[in-house]
Design a binder for this molecule. Structure first.
Ligand code: NAP
Ligand code: ZN
Length: 352
């Protein structure tokens, strides 16, 4: 074991603060990574504040962070994919049983015994796993991604969660040339959905509560922008969407979006507010519409997404911050005041 610098929260109302954690020495199949950037996902905030208590209670102290890019510092003897000096990425998953039907299909995110990057039981050290708000991490090579060399690292970090979480359902629901796709919520996930759907040649419509984001939405690749609080603007799109991706982090009315789907259209939820949704059955029944969820993506698909982003020159629009500003960043995230992802420059941890 060795010591690693990190930022952790001691409880649901405590701020994140500097701490030291233990990391395991790399075993045969492990890759040790010096973390260079880590994105701030709204899931980090939900978890730190224990908002998902009823489904995934938070174990404290928590070290969040699952949008990790860095450089390999050491590899175990059996590691084939990486060598010291390589760029590497880690997303939301660091282990799974690899034998269940989900794992065999490359859908490790649905493995009943998957290990998440933070707040999961740590099979090696006991306690809970610690995430990427840290200067170093050790991960089995199967769960480490190759990072394309042509993209800016600060902007690549958010691809490891926001990128794959939006890429996966867009691919699963067959989004191609000319499909009419809605993206609800222009935050970290939403802005990645716009870029990726645009690169897939879809007709992209952004639904936002923030009129100030209108011009940005178009710059990011939207063909149309709707202010979702304007009922008339919403009504113009009734019954017209093939697919809508809902990436909102707070309670809101999803029936308004179900009604915008065409026959057999699908609304997929990736946003995960803690409160249950009220769904009007008739909205689904008339039009044989469907409502689904989607969880990140498997490792093979995450690599595919990174390679897709490399080929299309896609990264996240980031505001790079030192880790000392993380609590301020959380407060701004709650006000939808980030364009469009915070990416922590982990060099800032060195001064702690
Ligand atoms: P984010 O950056 O905070 O973006 C959320 C966006 O939702 C905001 O920018 C805002 O967009 C909109 N919004 C916020 N409050 C709203 C309200 N009261 N009513 C309507 N719209 C509102 O968050 P994120 O990191 O993208 O994450 C979004 C959600 O996805 C979170 O719940 C997160 O936990 C979840 N998530 C799920 C997965 C998965 O695998 N399913 C993976 C990662 C994250 P506008 O300003 O444009 O309205
Ligand atoms: Zn995330």
């Amino acid at each position: 074991m060795y010591n690693s610098k990190a930022y952790s929260a001691a409880g649901a109302t405590a701020p994140l603060a500097h701490t030291q954690i233990k990391r395991r020495d790399p075993t045969e199949h492990d890759v040790q990574i010096e973390i260079l950037f880590c994105g701030i996902c709204h899931s980090d905030l939900h978890s730190v504040r224990n908002e998902w208590n009823s489904v995934m209670p938070t174990v404290y102290p928590i070290v969040p962070g699952h949008e990790i890019v860095g450089r390999v510092t050491k590899v175990g003897l059996a590691v084939k994919k990486f060598k010291a000096g390589d760029l590497a990425g880690v997303g939301c998953l660091v282990d799974s049983d690899r034998t269940c039907p989900n794992c065999r299909e490359g859908l490790e995110q649905f493995c009943p015994s998957m290990t998440m990057t933070y707040n999961s039981p740590d099979k090696h050290l006991g306690g809970a796993t610690y995430g990427g708000y840290s200067d170093s991490v050790v991960v089995d090579e199967h769960f480490v991604l190759r990072v394309p060399a042509n993209l800016s690292l600060a902007g690549v970090a958010p691809l490891l969660c926001a990128g794959i979480t939006t890429y996966s359902p867009l691919r699963h629901w067959g989004i191609t040339n000319g499909k009419k796709v809605g993206v609800v919520g222009l935050g970290g996930l939403g802005h990645m959905a716009v870029k990726i759907a645009h690169a897939l040649d879809a007709h992209v419509v952004v639904f936002t509560t923030s009129p100030s984001k209108k011009a940005d939405a178009r710059r990011l690749g939207a063909d149309e922008v709707v202010i979702s609080r304007n009922a008339d603007e919403m009504q113009k799109h009734a019954g017209s969407f093939d697919f809508i991706l809902d990436a909102v982090a707070a309670e809101h009315d999803i029936n308004a979006y179900i009604n915008l789907l065409r026959r057999d259209g699908n609304l997929t939820l990736v946003g995960a507010p803690a409160q249950p949704f009220a769904v009007a059955g008739f909205g689904l029944i008339f039009g044989r519409r469907s409502l689904s969820g989607s969880l990140i993506g498997g490792i093979t698909e995450t690599q595919e997404m990174l390679d897709f982003c490399s080929a299309h020159n896609i990264t996240s629009d980031v505001e790079v911050i030192p880790i000392q500003k993380v609590n301020e960043a959380y407060a701004r995230l709650l006000k939808s005041d980030v364009k469009y992802r915070f990416s922590i420059d982990m060099a800032s941890l060195k001064s702690e």
